[in-house]
Design a protein around this ligand. Structure first.
Ligand code: ZN
Length: 294
């Protein structure tokens, strides 16, 4: 069982002034006040589509591409309506969407972008170099939104570069700070169920290519994914999680390639998806490719 404790306290948190969610509660996190997230049990052999809460590290990797720490936790009763990931570079660390949905709003004031995932609204704040996307545009899990910084304005202050991440209930286009004691209108980003990863891009073999019997399948990584699943079948009939004609291979790896021995003279159909084995966060399947084995 892995336990993550939020024991970090530094200055990379929102200023105490007004606005955004970083109103009254934006002081350094109380080292004794950190909460724990636990994940028990062995990793699943397959990656289910049901989502579970991410650990602090998993959410950091998903959103920031690295292991940053929550320096100010979700304390809605105190007015801090989201979480801060501290220790980012100023204008260095890219922020990516943890959900798929549409851009709802964007403003340079405090560097905020809001994405609606169909259920709730994810707001990222204190960013520069905001995405060129505009309200109404689609985003996937992993779409670039901006870079973490100490950008302030609109009543939002900060003592250093960090990312403020907030989830508001429903479709919320307001960039204004929620009221103090906002439990009814905000959600803890560390307990939220994020959407599926976008399809991975397949690299090799090329669609329709010929290959020797030991075929190495390769694909591009997805930020935030900790595992990938490869399916190969002689029947080009995939449905949901399964190969309707039976899977020759239905394998999981933490890497971005797998080599498998296939039968010469046959044509195989294959696809891959990204996932998060620890949390069972799944992903959408890639398009199907074929490979002819010599
Ligand atoms: Zn904050």
């Amino acid at each position: 069982m892995t336990t993550f404790k939020q024991l970090f306290t530094n200055s990379m948190v929102c200023g105490a002034a007004a606005a955004l969610a970083c109103a009254a509660g934006c002081v350094a996190a109380d080292p004794a006040g950190g909460h724990e997230h636990e994940h028990g049990g062995a990793e699943e052999e397959t990656i289910a589509s049901a989502a579970d809460a991410l650990t602090e590290r998993e959410l950091s990797v998903l959103v920031l591409g690295g292991d940053f720490r929550v320096t100010n936790g979700y304390r809605p009763a105190d007015g801090h309506a989201g979480i801060d990931f501290g220790g980012t570079g100023d204008g260095v660390t890219a922020v990516r969407s943890p959900v798929e949905g549409t851009v709802l709003a964007k403003t340079g004031e405090c560097g905020k972008v809001a994405v609606f995932d169909g259920n709730h609204t994810v707001i990222m704040a204190h960013m520069i170099e905001l995405t060129g996307l505009v309200p109404g545009d689609r985003v996937e899990v992993g779409t670039y939104l901006g870079k973490a910084s100490r950008t302030v304005g609109g009543g939002c202050t900060a003592t250093g570069a960090h990312l403020h991440m907030e989830i508001r209930t429903g479709r919320n286009t307001s960039m204004a700070a929620p009221a103090r004691d906002n439990t009814a209108t905000t959600l803890d980003p560390l307990t939220y169920s994020y959407g599926p990863f976008a399809p991975v891009a397949l690299l090799a073999p090329a669609d329709g290519a010929e290959a020797p019997s030991a075929v190495t399948f390769r694909w591009e990584p997805r930020q935030g994914a900790t595992a990938y699943r490869l399916q190969a079948s002689t029947v080009n009939s995939f449905d949901g999680e399964t190969c309707l004609g039976g899977c020759e291979y239905d394998d999981r790896t933490e890497g971005t390639s797998l080599t498998r021995s296939l039968t010469p003279g046959r044509t195989y159909f294959w696809r891959v998806r990204a996932g998060n084995a620890a949390t069972a966060q799944g992903g959408r399947w890639s398009p199907v490719r074929s490979v002819r084995v010599r």
